[in-house]
Design a protein around this ligand. Structure first.
Ligand SMILES: [Zn+2]
Ligand SMILES: [Zn+2]
Length: 577
């Protein structure tokens, strides 16, 4: 079905929902109700609180309106007439919109009416309410008028609509699945991380089980970077404002930065980016063209101001660690370097079970710094490199940063949702501002080309994606607890302890559960904690000096010796599976 038609259907459904809401909640004022990627919403200013429990009632009312098959009637009316109409209806938000249209020189506006319900709207819509068949209201949320937290707080209802019953059902199933995988829910259930209002919104606490996963990711990251010719560095978390004046961050990104603190009369800031620090390291020596490319990598923690309304678990936070790197090279090295980074990225992400990517090449925007020649060269080397990789990519025309073109890589999770992760960004701005050079063959100092890149984006966000991708069932190499050893009766307590110790010695993250509880209960607990291997030892196992193994997915017991089991686990972990 045509995308536009679906948008039409969904937007029309939002009118019907608004109609139903105004009937059920008298005094409700209408804000706006657009179609969005997966459905639609409508924002209301209602004297009553609309909760999730009200949705079935609203759906029922909508079904009545749909059944009547009212025509959506379009009318073009003069601005003055529209102002009068919505003033009478006391629709102050619509009035504000009309006044704004008036300022842009519009003489008329369009309204749409079905039955007694009138809405200010450009349209178009489906022919009549009866065209809407398969819809569902999904959730309620808070929103601000015009997204401005200084304006009125509104209530938003999200819904969706499809042309067929099957599509709707499939969508709802996916939504349910996504809910079960919600990293915030699993994060607390599996004891991975927490956020505390007392500490502040958007600031993540990694619990031991989350931290061990982070540690594994970071070790692997460091190992691979060293193999790929990067050098690992550490830089401080605060810096004098001086550096952000030079970099231009104070001027361009001060909205994102936390306010300054006074240190011996000088203003300092917590760092929003690692780039200036890496430049300082590069600049601490003269570099010959022979040394390039120089690749400096850091798991660099930064702090950026995000409005509390957009914070979301691990996905949108105020403090995060970028798996950052800055590459200093010559213009001639750009293309090869780009190829290296791309291959590295894909290989790295595949290890975590991501095999599908969406790649975008974002080109020169209207506002830019640097010379046209540099832009053209950089863009064509990006393009050439992408062609060589053989990976399909889309062009995001004009979507580059003001300081250079970039490649964005989104990963697709099991549910087919795309997540922005890797970014490879060229920069003509900072090398100029900081005068970052190399001595070329001809003895002249020339400006380096700088690439900012991250493979995962931020560790926090990537972890969030990872939790949802695996639904908390981490593969063996990442699982915080890899094995739990369970005894059946008291007589195997010692034997179970012995096995547990052997596993720990073998480098396996093993847990021992010899509590005086029923076997089924212990197995259930291990299953809830999503521990990949459960070792059950009873009298038979003890006598044979063996263990019985069950996995999360396979209840059939497999019998082997501890040494056999250990070598099998080690091989899997080595292969990162
Ligand atoms: Zn409309
Ligand atoms: Zn950077």
């Amino acid at each position: 079905m045509n995308e536009n038609n679906l948008e039409l259907l969904r937007h029309s459904t939002s009118h019907v929902m608004a109609h139903a809401v105004t009937e059920l909640f008298p005094g409700t004022k209408l804000a706006i109700g657009p179609a969005i990627e997966e459905g639609f919403y409508y924002d209301f200013d209602s004297p009553q609180t609309i909760s999730i429990e009200d949705l079935p009632k609203i759906e029922e009312k909508m079904s009545e309106i749909i059944k009547q098959d009212y025509k959506f009637i379009r009318k073009e009316i003069k601005i003055d007439e529209a102002k009068k109409l919505f003033k009478e209806k006391q629709e102050k938000y619509k009035l504000e919109l009309i006044e704004e249209l008036e300022k842009t020189g519009e003489k008329t506006v369009t309204i749409y009416q079905h039955n007694g319900f009138i809405d200010l709207c450009k349209g178009p819509h489906v022919e009549s309410t009866g065209k809407i068949k398969y819809f569902k209201l999904i959730s309620v949320a808070g929103a601000y008028w015009r997204g401005d937290e200084k304006r009125e707080q509104l209530q938003r209802i999200y819904g969706t609509a499809f042309f067929t019953k099957e599509e709707l059902e499939e969508y709802l199933k996916k939504l349910e699945e996504a809910k079960n995988r919600d990293h915030r829910k699993l994060g607390s259930q599996l004891d991975l991380f927490s956020i505390h209002e007392e500490v502040g919104s958007g600031l993540i606490h990694w619990h031991p089980k989350g931290a061990i996963i982070r540690n594994i990711i970071e070790s692997y990251w460091k190992e691979e970077h060293l193999k790929n010719g990067y050098q690992i560095v550490y830089t401080p978390h605060i810096a004098s404002e001086e550096i952000y004046k030079i970099s231009g961050h104070l001027e361009k990104y001060s909205d994102l930065m936390y306010s300054s603190m006074d240190i011996e009369g000088k203003p300092y800031r917590v760092k929003p980016m690692n780039c200036p620090n890496h430049i300082m390291i590069y600049k601490s020596q003269l570099h010959s063209y022979r040394e390039l490319p120089i690749r400096l990598a850091e798991l660099g923690t930064v702090y950026r101001y995000e409005k509390s309304g957009v914070l979301h678990g691990l996905m949108r936070v105020r403090g995060f660690t970028i798996d950052d790197a800055h590459i200093f090279c010559t213009p001639e090295q750009l293309e090869q370097e780009m190829l290296n980074i791309f291959d590295f990225t894909v290989k790295f992400l595949k290890t975590f079970g991501f095999t599908e990517f969406e790649t975008y090449l974002a080109t020169q925007p209207k506002d830019f710094v640097g010379t046209q020649e540099n832009w053209d060269r950089a863009t064509s080397s990006l393009r050439n490199a992408m062609e060589k990789t053989g990976h399909p990519y889309k062009i995001d025309e004009g979507g580059g940063a003001f300081y250079g073109p970039k490649i964005d890589l989104k990963i697709k999770d099991v549910l087919g949702r795309a997540w922005q992760c890797a970014t490879i960004q060229f920069d003509f701005n900072l090398p100029q501002r900081f005068d970052v050079t190399y001595r070329d063959e001809d003895g002249k100092d020339k400006q380096v080309v700088m690439i900012h890149r991250a493979l995962l984006g931020s560790i926090e966000r990537f972890f969030g994606v990872l939790i949802e991708h695996y639904a908390g069932v981490f593969p063996l190499w990442l699982a915080p607890v890899q094995v739990v050893v369970i005894n059946i009766t008291d007589e195997q307590k010692e034997y179970a302890t012995e096995i547990h110790k052997k596993l720990l010695n073998g480098g396996i993250r093993s847990e021992l559960n010899i509590k005086n509880e029923r076997l089924n209960y212990k197995i259930r607990e291990a299953t809830l904690n999503k521990i990949p291997y459960i070792l059950v030892v009873g009298q038979k196992e003890k006598n044979e000096n063996k263990i019985s193994i069950r996995t999360l997915t396979d209840k059939n017991l497999q019998s082997m010796t501890v040494d056999e089991f250990l070598s099998c686990l080690k091989e899997k972990i080595q292969n990162r599976s």
